[in-house]
Ligand binder design. Sequence first.
Ligand code: ZN
Length: 171
Amino acid sequence: MKIYKTENVKEDKFLHTKTKEVDLGSFDKEKLRKIIRDMRKTMVEADGIGLAGNQVGLDLRLFVARDNGKFYAVINPKITKTFGHKYETEEGCLSVPGFFGETKRYPEVMLEGQNQSGKKLRFRADGLLAHIFQHEVDHLDGIVYVDHAKNVYEHAKSERLKEKEGKNDEK
Ligand SMILES: [Zn+2]
């Protein structure tokens, strides 16, 4: 799958549009399984840890993520509770390759959504996973982290080149 980038005007506009909820009652289950498989593959190939539907051109409220060897696919995700106070952290995004920025995120969140069969999912996450969940839910609401980050800065050039070489297999 092609990953949409903010540097492209059309793709940037799409990334800044809130996604539609997935109606699991009517959505083709086989198609959904294939979308999730393809998104997982795209995320791994791009060496990412999360990927939202609108990042691959789909107007669908769903994301995939990975942390600590575990894979997550959440449909219609919502952050239903936050814990603690926001703290400053650093993040990057596959849609803004070559850059990092400082953002403020909650240290711990409750995320609710559905799995592919429509079963209710609920995760209480902290650390990196909490951070990923907030980043992905933002994407689905049409927010890219650079919209609210301060001090967005470029990787060292050598790192950026390395990263580009690794991304030649993008579709
Ligand atoms: Zn992102």
